[in-house]
Design a protein around this ligand. Structure first.
Ligand SMILES: *Cc1c(COP(=O)(O)O)cnc(C)c1O
Length: 497
């Protein structure tokens, strides 16, 4: 299988798509087709481990990786104790026919681990296959969770380095501490005075600048991306849609072949796009419900077909979704445009020059056959955290609570009570202060540090604090560099502090 650019150019192998991250024309790499897994194969997944399903799904896309390479990578990436649950992505029943897919059992307590534990193996193998001898220099813009997961994934991996840019006031205290305490001789963390979109545009701009590539090359470095624009990030996420379906069949929550809805807290559109890919591969996914926070650019898009970014950027209690330019939507647009790269490019040019584009009523109707969308502001999110805890004893992080709220609204509006899975993307302890105040009111956190909030939250709920959070309290801060948003390149080339 080859990979094309969403903007019309390129025809590369899987390993090249993984190694290079972004196509030269600024587009994203997309598979030339969706491999098909029939019902018999999917039924077979019910008897398999997470790792075995991962091997099958990855092999279907990554044709120039050998079966043995994929098997090794999958088993190295998905193991206990790096993941604290042998199921890797366990599914739990919440209430009625609503289940929760927990994607936060990895080393950094957010769903990014699922992809970023595996990506370094795919990148290293990709370098070998393409006789790339330069250092693969991973550049990441993060809204909070990708940064730490990438740093942990690439830390001390030979032949690579990893630099993370994060909005210096746009992440939670725990997220910031997780990043700035990172060890490893090849890691770097730089705060950007701006928001996530500034950091992401800065990194994207570097990737599309030939002078930057020449400068890196002169230093023996090949810049690459670990953001979800990299296809190597996307394909590991397709796996858990299959394992979830299999788990739901095994528990009797759905019968083989029956549709299952997923509601996904969405920022850069990577996670939910993986669900769409799974559906296109033959998984009986019913509706994909896209859940946004107050930065509801996507729920507007799925309502009127207009993507409009000239709006106020809000900082919310679900910072990993504080995004206005949702990169992976471009891959869905490519399918919506019947794979016409020129049309996608014209939309992306409009987005860049005018801040908006419209796909038209017919294409919108096509997308609405699969996608629904909704959003929750901070007050609704806080109420949902409390409602779910009081009603079921389950403690949700704010991102997951956004999804849970949107599912409730979707069901009330449509009467569609198809069995549904809420994708739970982070541990509540990454956002201890907001979760605590959601349950007990603002006064409960007054004067408390993030760690005090975690203690208090655990005392109140009985949910144990993950060891990774406890450890942060005493780890030394190793990264203090901060730069202006238009100085990211200079910061990168400046000697590390
Ligand atoms: C990254 C992230 C999201 C959004 O996922 P996308 O793939 O960017 O849509 C949601 N929740 C959490 C906790 C995240 O870290």
């Amino acid at each position: 299988m080859s990979f094309y650019s969403t903007r019309g150019g390129a025809c590369v192998t899987a390993s090249q798509a993984v190694l290079w991250g972004l196509a030269k024309d600024g587009g994203l790499y997309v598979p030339s087709m969706f491999p098909q897994l029939n019902q018999e194969k999917i039924a077979g997944f019910c008897q398999m481990s997470y790792q075995q399903v991962a091997e099958r799904v990855l092999r279907a896309f990554l044709e120039d990786y050998s079966g043995a390479e994929i098997e090794q990578a999958v088993h190295a990436a998905y193991s206990v104790p790096a993941f604290d649950d042998p199921a890797i992505a366990p599914v739990k029943r919440l209430d009625g026919n609503i289940h929760v897919l927990e994607l936060f059992h990895g080393p950094t307590l957010a769903f990014k681990d699922i992809a970023l534990k595996l990506l370094p193996y795919l990148v290293r193998l990709g370098a070998e296959k393409n006789e790339e001898h330069r250092e693969v220099s991973i550049l990441v813009a993060t809204s909070g969770d990708t940064g730490k997961a990438a740093l942990e994934g690439f830390r001390d991996v030979p032949g690579t380095s990893c630099t993370v840019f994060y909005p210096d006031h746009g992440v939670s205290e725990m997220q910031r501490l997780q990043m700035v305490t990172t060890e490893g001789s090849n890691t770097r963390v730089i705060g950007v005075r701006g928001n996530f979109d500034d950091a992401q545009s800065g990194v994207k701009q570097l990737f599309s600048d030939p002078a930057f590539h020449a400068k890196m090359d002169a230093q023996g470095k090949l810049p690459s991306s670990a953001n979800s624009i990299n296809f190597g990030r996307l394909v590991p996420q397709v796996v858990y849609y299959f394992t979830t379906y299999a788990a739901m069949v095994n528990s009797g929550a759905v019968r083989m072949g029956q549709p299952l809805n997923f509601v996904v807290p969405t920022g850069n559109f990577g996670d939910i796009l993986a669900g769409y890919y799974a559906k296109r591969m033959g998984l009986p996914v019913g509706r994909l419900i896209c859940a946004s926070n107050r930065n509801n650019v996507l729920s507007d898009f799925f309502t009127d077909g207009i993507y409009y970014t000239h709006r106020t950027f809000f900082q919310t209690m679900s910072p990993s979704m504080d995004i206005l330019i949702s990169s992976n939507l471009e891959r869905l647009l490519y399918e919506s445009a019947e794979r016409d790269g020129r049309l996608v490019k014209s939309w992306m040019d409009l987005l860049k020059d005018c801040g908006s584009f419209s796909i038209g009523a017919q294409r919108l109707a096509g997308l609405q056959k699969t996608f629904s969308a909704g959003f929750a502001d901070d007050q609704m999110t806080a109420e949902e955290i409390r409602r779910v805890f009081e009603h079921t004893g389950y403690l949700m992080d704010p991102h997951t609570a956004v999804a849970s709220h949107v599912l409730g609204k979707y069901r009330a509006d449509t009467g569609d009570h198809t069995p549904a899975v809420i994708v739970a993307t982070a541990s509540p302890y990454k956002f201890a202060e907001d979760v605590l105040t959601s349950l007990l009111g603002k006064a409960a956190a007054e004067g408390l540090t993030a760690f005090d909030c975690a203690d208090r939250l655990s005392a109140h709920t009985g949910v144990p604090i993950p060891s990774q959070i406890k450890a942060l309290k005493t780890l030394p801060v190793r990264h203090t560099q901060v730069c202006e948003k238009d100085q990211m390149e200079q910061a990168l080339f400046a000697p590390a502090e």
